[in-house]
Design a protein around this ligand. Structure first.
Ligand code: APR
Length: 231
């Protein structure tokens, strides 16, 4: 089976009701990213950081995968689909996708502040001060904050996949955050046909082989219908 790599960003989950970061009304308009999503912010005010992620987690539990997520699951009939996501939500998992690499962590998990190898599932939506790992240290959200390095294994796999696949889709990302923003460029450099889906043009739109200016919840079911003609 041919290999399809999908790089997804916050726009993928927008139609599930989750806010993106950099658009008008996005999260980084309301919150100071350094206050709620950086090691410095955590040192300064843990309570604020925990509250920010608790709110995101609560909304996620009320959200459902949308037609875009489901379309990517259906694409597994045609391709070996690998999803490389910047999203910390679990909507690709809940939709039923088989191969998912999280570059920026997972909000429904907590990690020990003393030993990063200790990672736990969070029951419900609350992670609070006083929630400790088995070694007695405070737990933090298992996400990558600004100024932190990405987890090595998924990043290495994503780099390799981007240069070694048959088709590359970039969906719902502003392509402003590295290193994820470089992955479509690696694919293009390797002569891999690259399609972008985004209602707003980005720096990738001009260089992609095809730019579909549309919401992912509309574009993916359409793309799927096109492919079914070749079944
Ligand atoms: N379908 C597809 N794309 C959409 C939709 C939609 N329905 N709605 C919005 N978009 C697009 C926007 O046009 C925008 O280009 O999604 C993109 C969202 O961009 P960002 O908010 O910057 O999100 P993302 O690119 O995922 O951000 C990367 O930045 O702060 C961080 O860690 C956070 O993982 C995140 C990273």
């Amino acid at each position: 089976m041919k290999k399809l790599v999908v790089l997804s960003g916050a726009g993928m989950s927008a139609e599930s009701g989750l806010r993106t970061f950099r658009e008008m009304g996005g999260l980084w308009e309301e919150y100071d990213v350094y206050e709620v999503a950086s090691p410095g912010g955590w040192q300064k005010d843990r309570e604020l950081v925990l509250r920010f992620y608790n709110e995101r987690r609560k909304q996620l539990l009320e959200a459902e995968p949308n037609a875009g997520h489901l379309g990517l699951v259906e694409l597994e009939k045609f391709f070996e689909v690998w999803i490389v996501t910047q999203n910390i939500d679990d909507l690709h998992e809940r939709a039923g996708s088989s191969r998912i690499l999280h570059l920026h962590g997972e909000i429904r998990k907590a990690r020990s502040t003393a030993d990063p190898s200790l990672v736990y599932d969070i029951e419900g939506w609350k992670l609070e001060e006083g929630d400790l790992c088995e070694k007695g240290s405070q737990l933090r959200p298992h996400v990558v904050w600004f100024g932190e390095t990405l987890p090595e294994a998924p990043l290495a796999a994503a780099l390799d996949l981007s240069e070694n696949c048959d088709l590359f889709l970039v969906i719902g990302t502003s392509s402003m955050v590295q290193p994820a923003a470089s992955l479509p460029r690696y694919a293009l450099r390797s002569k891999i046909f690259t399609i972008e889906v985004n209602p707003e043009p980005t720096q990738i739109s001009e260089i992609a082989n095809e730019y579909i200016q549309s919401n992912s919840g509309i574009a993916l079911p359409k793309l799927l219908e096109e492919m079914k003609k070749y079944l």
